[in-house]
Design a protein around this ligand. Sequence first.
Ligand SMILES: *[C@@H]1O[C@H](CO)[C@@H](O)[C@H](O)[C@H]1NC(C)=O
Ligand SMILES: *[C@@H]1O[C@H](CO)[C@@H](O)[C@H](O)[C@H]1NC(C)=O
Ligand SMILES: *[C@@H]1O[C@H](CO)[C@@H](O)[C@H](O)[C@H]1NC(C)=O
Ligand SMILES: *[C@@H]1O[C@H](CO)[C@@H](O)[C@H](O)[C@H]1NC(C)=O
Ligand SMILES: *[C@@H]1O[C@H](CO)[C@@H](O)[C@H](O)[C@H]1NC(C)=O
Length: 733
Amino acid sequence: MSRLDAASLLLPSPPPIKPHRRGGRLLPSALAVLGGAVVLVVFVLLPSPPNPPRNYGSLFLSLGSNDTAASHLRALTLHPHVAGTKANSLTAAYVLHALSSLSFPAHITPYSVLLSYPVHRSLSLSTAPGGRGSTKSFSLVQETYPNDPYAPAAAEVIPTFFAYSASGSMSAEAVYANYGREEDFAYLASRGVDVAGKVALARYGRIHCEDIVYNARVAGAAAAVVYTDPLQYGGAPGEGSFPNTRWLPPTGVQVGSLFRGVGDPTTPMWASSEGCERVSVEDAMATDDMPRIPALPVSARDATEIHRVLGGAVAPVEWQGRGDGPVYHLGPGPAVLNLTYAGNDTMATIENVFAVIEGEEEPDRYVILGNHRDAWTFGAADPNSGTAAMIELAHRFSMLQKQGWRPRRTIILCSWDAEEYGLTGSTEWVEENREMLSSRAVAYLNVDVSVVGPVFQPCTTPQLDELLLETIKLVQDPDNSSQTVYDSWVKSNVSPKKIGRLGDGGSDYSAFVQHVGIPSTNMIFGEGPGYPVYHSLYDDFVWMEKFGDPGFRRHVAAASIWGIMALRLADEEIIPFDYMSYTVELEKYTEVVERDVRGTPISCSPLYNSIKALKRAATKVNNERKEILRELSRKQLSKGSSKVRGLNDRLMQAERAFTNREGIFKQEWFKHLIYGPLEQNDWDTASYPGIANAIAAARSTNTSASWKLVEHEIHRVARAVMQASAVLGGSLT
Ligand SMILES: *[C@@H]1O[C@H](CO)[C@@H](O)[C@H](O)[C@H]1NC(C)=O
Ligand SMILES: *[C@@H]1O[C@H](CO)[C@@H](O)[C@H](O)[C@H]1NC(C)=O
Ligand SMILES: *[C@@H]1O[C@H](CO)[C@@H](O)[C@H](O)[C@H]1NC(C)=O
Ligand SMILES: *[C@@H]1O[C@H](CO)[C@@H](O)[C@H](O)[C@H]1NC(C)=O
Ligand SMILES: *[C@@H]1O[C@H](CO)[C@@H](O)[C@H](O)[C@H]1NC(C)=O
């Protein structure tokens, strides 16, 4: 049953009851519930209770409201709301109220965790060796524009900083390090440019700030400055910036967290529950996952001034900027940067908000939807476009309930806190509830930023591919009503027909996938990697209204996709997972490994054999599904049958088998052997991280022991895939 026709997709399993037209009524009542919001498809013929409509999927799709999404987004983004602050506690109260006033039981779960705030920053530039030339102090302020409605609230925005940066003062020559990748520092070394004791100047655009600063420290830098180059963030020369265009203004600064771990740094492998064991703040700040050198993010304008006075060799072409600024030189000096930073790394309270829609038949099976709420600034895109979509979706669920809908399984809506600091809110919760989630969670559907552009960009664990594709064939393209999201996605040249995977630490799916092994998705309407005002002052409602989603139809489409997937996962008798696509993916990853070990005696046949076994199990389970559905439709099987439950448990648990108690070598929190971060981080999601790390190590040392380790990692993954096939197949040897 891999493909169903679109109309039958959305039906809870028994055959559809004929629309019961006698006594039917139009649905203006739904309009009233929305309080005057524009409902996109307005009239739906519904039977009257007590014969409730069964096609809740199409009802759900018909109830989308762009005004509901827009009004929640506006309310959530009036003030900046960094984790651990009073302002963010108010957004927790807002979400709690919004969900509980839709009559969903809702609650807050707080944690005390180590966060980080700026106390003092300064950066000055001297134009002569030894800092003896004229000195310029940078203001480090992101400027508002004339008539900016958010100018008064801009004063509440946290000063530009890097969370968990070391405190200290460092005055030294600057060196330009391009994107701050390992290879960039290696290039500097090859050119004889010594980074030791210097201030590394690097730009965003290829890797995350925590990895840039980490690489700088490893290369010996005493401090780091990271900036947004107009090449990536400023559009074409002369194009202008926000509020006239979508691009980042010259004084815009991208802030972020420098912590390379996940969760609360004082509870590295366990939950920050009350009275728990904790590492001291000093010890937590001294680990290798912390930057341990002072660092600051700066604007393109400030970086341009630094570039203007940097000397030394001219940087290579790929290291240059947009062409309308100074030519970039490598340094060191004569520019001297004096960077001073004092931070407050302090315990603070964060709040996760939950609403629960209890399942009628299987209350102990969870379909979990999550989005974070904390923002570095106003958070109109990141993350509250997702929060607004989640609340809009909840409005629709509440209207379905009024029409008689009761999900078969429990649906949980989660509003995470402190994602920006290190996926902290979701990580602590998953750690605290690990065994419950492991035995009960069907799927986790994450949305962080829901909207910054027109291009649908999905990521899933592969057994959800088919469900995702079926879903986006039902949802109208928000930018073109004569096609579906699927049609526009297929045509897009940003990520043509490619579903991303979830191996990176990009958002709150990390703990669900990589720590517990829960089938998951993440999605965004974007415009390629990133967007210009990311983590800056300008990520506000005006930017969203003008550039991210004029008309707020993409928010509605995001909520539609999210909600339809949730409805099917929660309502269908048999969980709509198809593991055949997992086997296709695993084959692709194995071909990469095979290429990487060519010329060594290492064989990939253990992997290929395990994938064959998984294929057999996936085929078997798909046939069983067909058979059970046949029996159910002929009433040869009762709805609550243990046969149904047994099949569903196998589908749910097979993903867990890809995890391993010991986790990835040297990254033991990451238990998933297929998807997880690489040691040498980059923006791309990784597959077979243990094997990839081992190959990288073996390549650099080329000892027989190191290649032996590659072989071991291949066997570990093959064993996990074998375990998954056993779970899916459902029989003991
Ligand atoms: C660097 O700046 C700090 C703060 O303004 C100042 O106290 C310190 O003296 C400066 N260091 C040097 C070497 O100029
Ligand atoms: C650091 O934060 C704590 C708790 O929020 C506060 O009590 C303390 O005064 C702050 N310290 C500094 C130096 O700002
Ligand atoms: C809208 O979709 C239709 C059907 O796919 C396509 O023919 C048309 O070119 C699209 N319009 C735009 C403006 O992209
Ligand atoms: C919602 O859509 C309607 C109809 O297209 C439009 O008139 C309205 O301005 C939109 N609302 C917002 C907040 O953009
Ligand atoms: C690695 O070691 C093997 C065996 O010692 C040798 O044949 C091979 O050339 C080496 N490869 C590299 C890239 O150094």
